[in-house]
Design a binder for this molecule. Structure first.
Ligand code: HEM
Length: 125
């Protein structure tokens, strides 16, 4: 497994751990106000980062490309801005961070699309 793929998996497990703790907290407190932040942390953070990690582990050379590294950095930035941004938004504290996070999430997906679409095919024997 290359370094980029490993960093994706570590980030994914970290986001899922925090998301699960938040889920348990919501259950104990019987206050589900933060459910949308919990859901996006788990899905955009945990699930998407794991998906990126799979791709970078399975495609030879993809994990060393500069564009791939930028894509993963943008994806992580999106998560750490988006989830708290949604938490603030659902509590009526403004939507600016949530909007910025959502646009970064979109940018990271467009970068991933570019990485996948421009991945050189292996030369077959
Ligand atoms: C320890 C693990 C988890 C706990 C204790 C937990 C707890 C909760 C709770 C209490 C809610 C609010 C339910 C409601 O208001 O009806 C919720 C919603 C949700 N959770 Fe989790 N959860 C966990 C893991 C996950 C994971 C791993 C994912 C996704 C990968 C996930 C995705 C969602 C989604 C999509 C919602 C609905 C959000 C919404 O309605 O706005 N959860 N969870």
């Amino acid at each position: 497994m290359n370094t980029l793929s490993r960093s994706c998996w570590i980030a994914s497990a970290l986001y899922l751990t925090i998301g699960m703790v938040l889920g348990i907290y919501m259950g104990i407190a019987q206050d589900h106000t933060l459910a949308p932040a919990h859901a996006h942390l788990n899905l955009v953070g945990g699930v998407l980062l794991a998906l990126f990690g799979c791709y970078y582990a399975l495609t030879a050379g993809s994990g060393t490309r500069r564009l791939a590294v930028i894509q993963v950095i943008v994806a992580n930035l999106a998560v750490v801005i988006f989830a708290p941004g949604i938490a603030l938004a659902v509590q009526g504290e403004g939507e600016g961070l949530a909007i910025a996070g959502s646009l970064l999430a979109l940018l990271s997906m467009l970068l991933f699309l570019t990485v996948v679409a421009t991945q050189p095919r292996p030369v077959s024997a």
